[in-house]
Design a protein around this ligand. Structure first.
Ligand SMILES: NC(=O)c1ccc[n+]([C@@H]2O[C@H](COP(=O)([O-])OP(=O)(O)OC[C@H]3O[C@@H](n4cnc5c(N)ncnc54)[C@H](OP(=O)(O)O)[C@@H]3O)[C@@H](O)[C@H]2O)c1
Length: 274
């Protein structure tokens, strides 16, 4: 299958108002001359980014959607494909909760599952069907996490949602072999973004620390792997090695190593984590 050709075609990116999503949008505009459909809840941020990207000579459309809501996911699919071919879709929006699993409020848990899992499956199904029906020869990228490969205490539910994406994404991608549409999974480790600030992990791991990739560097790797239609792409030597060795280590040992890494960012028992 030939690599993706993003030039002059639309790539939709969820979670484009911040972090990795925003950097992938910039990268696609700058290096590939691709048009963008930018999706998130914060409209002002999307419009600011759209203006910046249009200054680079590409088209940028903003769609506001709360992906924890099934009705918004359905509307996004309709609005994005109404009179427009979505040649590529990057399903990047994701949320975490940092803290002891039993302290995770029920509504927060449901929102994490809806955003990280249900919306990704619905959108992947929708965009793959759209690309097959219209013979676009495009692709879908699912942004997962090393937390889905290595069981990660204090982000247990997040870790589980990403494990689901890793396995489902590669399995679904295999079913598409032989068609002209690809589904790829991107699996980064730590990235210096708002996510760490919002969740509290930044109390321990910040920009510049070993294992924390800069968002623009990580974005470049994500986009390159996507264009090359890599099935499962782990960025950076450290995380490539972790991904390799994690296959041989007992899962309990991996969880214990992760617990020791993250426990330093926990607040005392009973205090709200985020
Ligand atoms: N940061 C890390 O260390 C790390 C490591 C591995 C994998 N990842 C994965 O990388 C992806 C991007 O994370 P990031 O670090 O860039 O996080 P971030 O800076 O917190 O950005 C998250 C993006 O998702 C959007 N989003 C969150 N909830 C949403 C909802 N309900 N509806 C629509 N959009 C929503 C946010 O936009 P609005 O708030 O404007 O809606 C924002 O644009 C995620 O899937 C994350 O799991 C991150």
């Amino acid at each position: 299958m030939p690599p993706l050709n993003l030039k002059g075609r639309y790539t939709l990116i969820t979670g484009a108002s911040a972090g990795l999503g925003r950097e992938m949008a910039r990268d696609i505009a700058k290096r590939f001359g691709g048009n963008l459909v930018l999706v998130a809840r914060r409209r002002d941020r999307l419009e600011e980014l759209a203006k910046e990207l249009e200054g680079l000579g590409v088209e940028a459309v903003c769609i506001t959607a709360d992906l924890s809501k099934p009705e918004d996911v359905e509307r996004l699919l309709r609005e994005a494909t109404d009179g427009r071919d979505i040649y590529a879709a990057i399903l990047n929006a994701g949320v975490t909760y940092f803290g002891r699993h039993l302290e995770l409020p029920r509504e927060t848990a449901q929102s994490i599952l809806a955003t990280n899992v249900h919306s990704v499956i619905e959108l992947a199904n929708g965009f793959v069907r759209h690309q097959l029906d219209k013979q676009l020869g495009g692709g879908v990228l699912v942004v997962s996490s090393m937390a889905g490969t290595v069981p990660t205490p204090y982000q247990a539910l997040y870790s589980g949602t990403k494990a689901m994406l890793n396995t489902w994404g590669v399995a679904f991608g295999e079913e598409l072999v032989g068609t002209n549409v690809s589904l790829s999974v991107f699996c980064p480790g730590g990235i210096a973004t708002e996510m760490g600030e919002k969740s509290g992990t930044a109390r321990k791991y910040k920009k510049g620390d070993v294992g924390m990739m800069d968002a623009d560097v990580c974005a470049r790797s994500a986009v390159d792997g996507f264009v090359a239609r890599k099935r499962f792409n782990v960025p950076g030597v450290l995380y490539k090695l972790s991904d390799f060795f994690a296959r041989f280590a007992p899962r309990g040992v991996l969880a214990s190593v992760q617990a020791n890494i993250f426990k330093g960012a926990l607040l005392p028992e009973g205090q709200k984590q985020s």
